[in-house]
Design a protein around this ligand. Structure first.
Ligand SMILES: *Cc1c(COP(=O)(O)O)cnc(C)c1O
Length: 371
C-alpha cells in the first residue's frame, strides 16, 4: 500500500459516531446560531479550562483579531512582529491601522522587548505580539513597557491553546488575547476563534460587535461585523475539548522523540520554549544552520520528494509582502533576526495521530544528509 503523504499538521477529529448525538440535539432544537446552547456551554467550558472569567467565541481567529482592535478603539500605529502568519498584520490594515514592525528575540522568536521603545511614537496606541509556536512572549517586560507608555496589549495567541506559563494559562496576559480554532491548530472547531477579555463590560462590547453592533432589537451601537460562532462549531468544540488532554500528551511524546533523534545532527538547532513554560507542542520548528550540508530549501525539497510536507513558517516575513514592504519599519535592515530566522526555519510534521515510525523516518532523512 502506498504511504500517505505527511503534512506539517493534520486536524484532530473525534470518532464520528461520538459527534452524532450533538448533531441530533442541534437538529432537534433548530437553534443553529446566535448564542445557542452549545455556544454558551463552550464559552463556559473554555473559561474553566483557561481559568479566566470572560471569553467570547468567534467564527474564526481573524475576525476575532479585527474585532479585538475595534473593542479597544485602537487607531494610529500598532507595534507588531513581522514573524507571524499574515492575519496578524492584516487585522491592522482592516482597521486602517499602520503596522510598525519590530524585530524578534532570537531565542523566543517573539517580539523583542528591548526594541519596542525605540518604535513608539505619539501615534502608537497598542502592541500586538504573537506567542509564536506557542512560545510565550516576554509578557512581563511587554506589560511594563505598555504601562509606562499607556499602550494596550493585544496578544495574537493563535498558537497558544493549552500553553501554561509560570503556573497559569498564557491567555490571561494582555488587555485581550485572541485564539484561533482553525483546522490546523491544536484545538479546532473546523474554523473558529475567541477573545479572552478581563471584565463583563468588555465582553458585552465584544458580543455586540460580533453581532453587527446590535445591543438590543432596535439599538445598533457600532458598525459591527458578523463574527458569530455557530452551533455546529460550538458542539464540535465541546467534544474536542473533552479530548484535548490526550491530544497534548501525544504531541509531547512526538516532540521528545524528535528531540532525541535530532539532538546530535550537526547544523540542526532545536529551539525550545522558555523556562517556566508548559508547552503545547503545536509545531516542531528546527533551524537549518550554515554548517548543515544542505540549505533549508534543499532539505524542504528533499522531504517533499518523500511525500513529507514540512512548512517554512514563517517565510517570507510579513514585512516583505507587497502590501507591507513600503512601510518604513519593513526595511529588512531593521529586522535582521527575523530575516535570518525566516531563512533558516523549517517546521517538521507534528500532530497527535502522526505514527512514531513516521517521526523516525523524518529524523532519518534529516540526519542522512550529514552522514
Ligand atoms: C491561524 C492564525 C491566525 C488566523 O486564525 P484563523 O482562525 O485562521 O482566522 C492568526 N494569527 C496566527 C499567528 C495564526 O497562526
Amino acid at each position: 500500500m502506498p504511504r500517505k503523504p505527511i503534512t506539517v499538521t493534520q486536524p484532530s477529529l473525534p470518532p464520528l459516531e461520538e459527534f452524532i448525538p450533538y448533531l441530533e440535539e442541534i437538529w432537534e432544537s433548530k437553534w443553529l446560531t446566535n448564542n445557542g446552547p452549545f455556544h454558551g456551554q463552550l464559552e463556559k467550558a473554555l473559561c474553566d479550562y483557561f481559568g479566566v472569567e470572560h471569553l467570547a467565541l468567534f467564527a474564526n481567529g481573524t475576525v476575532a483579531l479585527i474585532t479585538a482592535l475595534q473593542t479597544l478603539r485602537i487607531s494610529g500605529e500598532v507595534i507588531t512582529t513581522p514573524y507571524s502568519f499574515v492575519a496578524t498584520s492584516h487585522s491592522l490594515l482592516w482597521n486602517n491601522i499602520q503596522p510598525v514592525f519590530v524585530d524578534i528575540d532570537p531565542q523566543r522568536m517573539t517580539l523583542d522587548p528591548a526594541r519596542i521603545e525605540a518604535a513608539i511614537t505619539p501615534r502608537t496606541m497598542a502592541i500586538m505580539p504573537v506567542h509564536c509556536y506557542g512560545y510565550p512572549c516576554d509578557v512581563e517586560r511587554i506589560q511594563q513597557i505598555a504601562d509606562t507608555y499607556g499602550l494596550k496589549v493585544i496578544y495574537d495567541a493563535a498558537h497558544a491553546f493549552g500553553v501554561r506559563y509560570k503556573g497559569e494559562s498564557l491567555v490571561r496576559h494582555g488587555d485581550l488575547s485572541v485564539l484561533s480554532f482553525h483546522a490546523t491548530k491544536v484545538f479546532n472547531t473546523f474554523e473558529g476563534g475567541a477573545i479572552v477579555c478581563p471584565d463583563a463590560k468588555t465582553k458585552q462590547r465584544i458580543d455586540f460587535l460580533k453581532n453587527f453592533g446590535f445591543a438590543d432589537e432596535v439599538t445598533v451601537m457600532a458598525p459591527g461585523i458578523n463574527g458569530k460562532m455557530n452551533e455546529f462549531q460550538a458542539a464540535l468544540g465541546m467534544l474536542q475539548l473533552s479530548k484535548i488532554g490526550q491530544a497534548l500528551e501525544k504531541r509531547a511524546v512526538l516532540d521528545r522523540r524528535y528531540r532525541e533523534g535530532l539532538a546530535q545532527v550537526r547544523g540542526i538547532t532545536l529551539p525550545q520554549a522558555p523556562a517556566g513554560t508548559t508547552h503545547n507542542h503545536a509545531y516542531f520548528p528546527v533551524l537549518v544552520e550554515p554548517d548543515y550540508p544542505m540549505r533549508r530549501d534543499e532539505l524542504y525539497a528533499r522531504l517533499r520528494k518523500e511525500d513529507i510536507f514540512a512548512r517554512r513558517y514563517f517565510y517570507p516575513l510579513i514585512s516583505d509582502l507587497p502590501m507591507y514592504r513600503g512601510l518604513p519599519s519593513a526595511n529588512p535592515a531593521h529586522l535582521p533576526v527575523a530575516k535570518s530566522v525566516s531563512e533558516r526555519i523549517l517546521c517538521l510534521p507534528i500532530y497527535p495521530d502522526l505514527p512514531p515510525d513516521e517521526v523516525d523516518r523524518v529524523i532519518g532523512i534529516v540526519a542522512s544528509a550529514t552522514a
